[in-house]
Design a protein around this ligand. Structure first.
Ligand SMILES: C[S@@+](CC[C@H](N)C(=O)[O-])C[C@H]1O[C@@H](n2cnc3c(N)ncnc32)[C@H](O)[C@@H]1O
Length: 277
């Protein structure tokens, strides 16, 4: 079978098993098996015959993908703001909309010290450190497993000496004051868990569950962040699709100013930024 024939067969199989975007998945998996930098390189080799040694590992990955294992776990990496980060079951798979949270922070003006709360794989903290080489960046998480992955990602980007990674329940052990607190904390309400797609089932529960109304952690962070922010410091949050009004109220009740919900590329109010002091 040629590259194109193998791709077509894998696409058909994934499609029949209910995997979304089956062709894209098949291309990513085959590119991974063949050690290509990106899937577009496959297009130059459509007519090349593939031997059993190349087809066997692809079959295995396609089967796992059809069983609902996320593509990113099978590839072992994810692109985030143009940087490559390792991803696995130890932390949430970084989502594309979170890139916009980082962009909001970068667009907010100058800052020297930034804290990423619930850093997970470290993508927010590490990409901020890469984009702002002069800044002092800390990431914290309650999960030692997530921090281990973040630390591997820091090493991958030669940031191990620069970005501090701390085990902490929200701000319990973090240094202050900082100019920016950015957080993509768990925000899924308990009742919505049953509706989650099977891929989300591969993310740690600790990365998703936000208590009865989804806002347990955000509510707590909004209350404690002022004590850790420098005067006029920025709080930048990613939130659930229907939480903007409630989070705005929380911010008002805690005397934040310049409270500004922002929409993601799907036109959902996905972020809120505000200042304190
Ligand atoms: C939605 S994930 C976000 C991960 C990463 N920042 C990202 O955007 O891809 C939320 C993270 O918050 C962490 N977390 C949950 N409860 C926490 C707490 N009380 N204190 C600190 N981190 C917490 C989880 O372990 C998880 O890594």
């Amino acid at each position: 079978m040629t590259v194109l024939e193998v791709l077509t067969a894998a696409t058909d199989y994934l499609g029949k098993q209910g995997v979304e975007s089956p062709r894209l998945n098949a291309e990513h998996l085959l590119a991974h098996v063949l050690g290509k930098k990106n899937r577009i390189e496959l297009y130059l080799e459509f007519e090349r015959p593939l031997g059993e040694t190349e087809r066997a590992p692809l079959r295995d990955l396609v089967r796992q993908r059809a069983d609902g294992r996320p593509l990113q776990h099978l590839l072992g990496t994810v692109e985030f703001l143009g940087f490559t980060f390792a991803t696995d079951a130890r932390a949430l798979i970084p989502r594309p909309e979170t890139e916009q949270l980082v962009e909001l922070v970068l667009a907010s003006g100058d800052f020297e010290r930034v804290l990423d709360v619930g850093t997970g794989s470290g993508v927010i903290a590490l990409s901020l450190a890469l984009k702002r080489p002069q800044s002092a960046v800390t990431g914290c998480d309650i999960s030692p497993e997530a921090l281990a992955l973040a630390s591997e990602n820091a090493t991958r980007h030669e940031l191990a000496g620069r970005v501090q990674l701390i085990e902490s329940d929200l701000l319990a052990n973090t240094p202050g004051p900082v100019d920016v607190i950015v957080a993509n904390l768990p925000y899924i309400p308990e009742a919505e868990f049953k509706d989650l797609s099977r891929e989300v089932g591969h993310d740690p529960v600790l990365a998703l569950a936000g208590g009865a109304d989804g806002l347990d952690l955000i509510r707590h962070l909004v209350a404690v962040a002022p004590a850790a922010l420098s005067p006029g410091g920025l709080l930048a949050l990613e939130i659930g699709h229907d939480q903007a009004a409630r989070v705005c109220e929380l911010l008002q009740a805690n005397n934040y100013r310049d409270i500004s919900p922002r929409r993601d590329y799907q036109n959902i109010e996905r972020f809120i930024i505000a200042r304190h002091g």
